[in-house]
Ligand binder design. Structure first.
Ligand code: 5RP
Length: 222
């Protein structure tokens, strides 16, 4: 199976999860990236059954609207039973690195409102210890140099993502060379640096369910 076929299989499994677990009329949170795009395409088949969606990025909003699905402002939504999104790395505790697509802040905000975070990945994303994938950190532009110096003190090698501005008008520093042995502590520590909007560790609020695409089919881990 190709990587795209694995992504498509987990995306369909996530749509099936929504069909089986979300009450009729529910608002579904939708992530960002190539795997999330396959999920959006699969979710379109349920558009008469769900109440609508909340998007974690402008790209996701456009794709959802392209399928004729209502997209709500998160501030109008009180309950969201399920949020579905991909990840760049995920460990056995369902902690993740996210933000390869630069949407980490909105993804974290939407995930914070959701009851259940369903992560959809192909098997290459499951790792023992996170950190091989550079950790994205969203930063207020005027704080770039200060934040980079503080991240270097933590043992990382921050590199600005060239030519990239987030949906919130900020920059991304991708931090290479981190050995993430305590993801929850590191998430909190980096978020304490003045000028950081948020970082791509999702450990304080990890996934609840992982649908993992393997050559032998979709595995469910909780
Ligand atoms: C975007 C993300 C994505 O979920 C992550 O980068 C995985 O993307 P893909 O499904 O394309 O591999 O966090 O900000």
């Amino acid at each position: 199976m190709t990587q795209d076929e694995l992504k498509q299989a987990v995306a369909q499994a996530a749509a099936d999860y929504v069909a089986q677990n979300a009450p009729a009329g529910a608002i579904i949170g939708v992530g960002t990236g190539s795997t999330a795009n396959f999920f959006i395409d699969a979710l379109a088949a349920l558009k008469d059954r769900i109440g609508g969606t909340v998007a974690s990025s402008e790209a996701t909003r456009k794709r959802l609207e392209g399928h004729g699905m209502p997209v709500f402002d998160l501030n109008e939504v009180i309950e969201m039973p399920i949020y579905v999104d991909g990840a760049d790395e995920i460990d056995g505790g369902l902690n993740m690195i996210k933000g390869g697509g630069g949407a980490l802040t909105r993804e974290k905000i939407v995930a914070a409102v959701a009851t259940t975070f369903v992560c959809i990945c192909d098997a290459s994303k499951l790792v023992e210890t996170m950190g091989k994938f550079p950790l994205p950190v969203e930063v207020i532009p005027m704080a770039r140099a200060h934040v980079a110096r503080e991240l270097a003190k933590l043992g990382g090698r921050p590199q600005e993502r060239v030519g990239f501005i987030t949906d919130n008008g900020n920059i991304i520093l991708d931090v290479h060379g981190l050995q993430i042995t305590d993801p929850k502590a590191l998430e909190a520590q980096i978020n304490q640096i003045t000028g950081v909007v948020t970082n791509g560790l999702f450990a304080v609020r990890p996934a609840n369910v992982l649908l993992l695409g393997t050559a032998d089919g979709v595995r469910t881990l909780t």
